[in-house]
Design a protein around this ligand. Structure first.
Ligand code: TRP
Ligand code: SF4
Length: 400
């Protein structure tokens, strides 16, 4: 298997809640053990829609990174950084804008959708139209191979793939490409060289995608190759020029099953959240005041868990035994709603305890979080500079 590089970003627009935790964050924590991972705060992206409330962005950046780490994202494993601290993203965005057809941007579904959804805001801006391209720059600058995102973001990843393809097509052609590629094959040695030829033929003549994958993996594993030769060999597989930018794949984040306090999906806009750093008292209060099956007015009225948002929380948090207790007790009026909520409150508090303990260390000492981010920015920037050097060179900008 070729080495995967995972990248994902999140907009800083407020504190994170259990919906984020059970959806995105747990997924990130899992991925950091499996692959090289980069996670960043998309502060410029937040400005594309919140340009008139910059103060929210500034407050949210640090708080959001604390929430990530509290949830288990480990700065020793994943690179954590802030988009605007790696200004190379903006440079790549500008350069990619030169080859981006306007129609491609206008056709991205979020463009019209969001303009309609956020109709109270004037989003007929240049920044908003170009925002998918900024996202492409975020991804392509690290040559990320996997991008974990929600469903709504899939068109952005597909758009990014098209941009990468177009870029490679325009700028990946160098004089004498075929000769250089053939010379690079020789450098693989006779055994690997023949394997490369065989896999390339299988792909080009028979459309064998597995052969393409194996050949790519084989090239990724070669330590001795120069960067240029590696790109030539990758590009030559598909017949084109050098593969300078890498087409990423999306990795759909498993949908969070976390219901909100009212039984709808947990979301800030529904005002039904429990935030990751909600105090234990507030957690208890919020759950105690949750609506239940409206048919249970008195303790003696029987209820139906299927009509109750508390049951949905049991589905996330409770053991089979507790769930059976709820089903039986609710349907026979054997338990009251307050008693029914008890185990849920306990489970949420138990889940949040270690998270909040970790958060407290960082909240007490702001220098800690700033150091983590500064280090991550440094690491990210090194990779970004490397890509920009190549991009500038092929775009005719490497004069000295
Ligand atoms: N657009 C994403 C969102 O709104 C955030 C984002 C920005 C992102 N750049 C990215 C996600 C790069 C993945 C990769 O949620
Ligand atoms: Fe809901 Fe539990 Fe009350 Fe039944 S007993 S209505 S499941 S809170």
């Amino acid at each position: 298997m070729a080495v995967e590089r995972v990248l994902s970003g999140m907009r800083p627009t407020g504190s994170l809640h259990l919906g984020h935790y059970h959806g995105v964050l747990k997924n990130w924590v899992k991925l950091q053990h499996e692959h090289e991972c980069l996670f960043f705060v998309a502060d410029w992206h937040a400005l594309t829609t919140h340009y008139d409330t910059p103060e929210i962005i500034e407050e949210s950046v640090w708080e959001m990174v604390i929430d990530w780490i509290a949830a288990g994202v480990d700065p020793a494993k994943a690179t954590i950084f802030v988009q605007s601290k790696v200004p190379e993203h903006a440079e790549l965005h500008t350069l990619l804008s030169m080859i981006t057809p306007l129609g491609w941007l206008e056709r991205v579904p979020t463009y019209k959708d969001q303009q309609e959804k956020l109709a109270q805001k004037d989003l007929s801006t240049y920044g908003f139209l170009g925002y998918p391209l900024l996202q492409s720059a975020d991804i392509l600058i690290y040559k990320a191979t996997q991008v974990p995102v929600g469903e709504d973001q899939i068109p952005h990843i597909e758009f990014t793939r098209e941009i990468a393809r177009r870029f490679n097509h325009i700028y990946g052609r160098e004089k004498g490409f075929e000769e250089k590629a053939e010379a690079a094959i020789k450098k693989l040695g006779s055994k690997l060289g023949s394997l490369y030829e065989e896999l390339r033929n299988r792909y080009q003549e028979g459309g064998d995608d597995e052969a393409l994958e194996s050949a790519r993996a084989m090239i990724e594993e070669q330590q001795g190759l120069s960067l240029g030769d590696r790109e030539r060999l990758l590009g030559y597989l598909e017949g084109g020029g050098k593969m300078i930018l890498v087409e990423p794949e999306y990795k759909l984040t498993p949908a969070s099953k976390m219901p909100g306090l009212d039984g709808q999906k947990m979301s800030k806009s529904y005002n039904n959240t429990i935030s990751i750093r909600e105090s234990p008292d507030m957690v208890a209060k919020k759950i105690k005041t949750m609506p239940t099956d409206p048919a249970r007015i008195r303790l003696t009225d029987v209820g139906d868990p299927d009509k109750c948002p508390v049951w949905q929380l049991h589905e996330v948090y409770s053991s089979d035994e507790t769930k059976a207790w709820v089903q039986q007790g609710c349907r026979t009026a054997g338990i009251g709603c307050i008693a029914c909520k008890g185990p849920v409150i306990e489970s949420v508090l138990e889940e949040l305890k270690p998270i909040q303990e970790r958060a407290a260390q960082y909240a007490e000492d702001p220098v800690l979080i700033k150091n983590v981010v500064a280090e991550g920015c440094e690491r990210a920037r090194k990779m970004a500079r490397e890509t920009m050097r190549e991009v500038r060179e092929v775009m005719g900008l490497s004069y000295s």
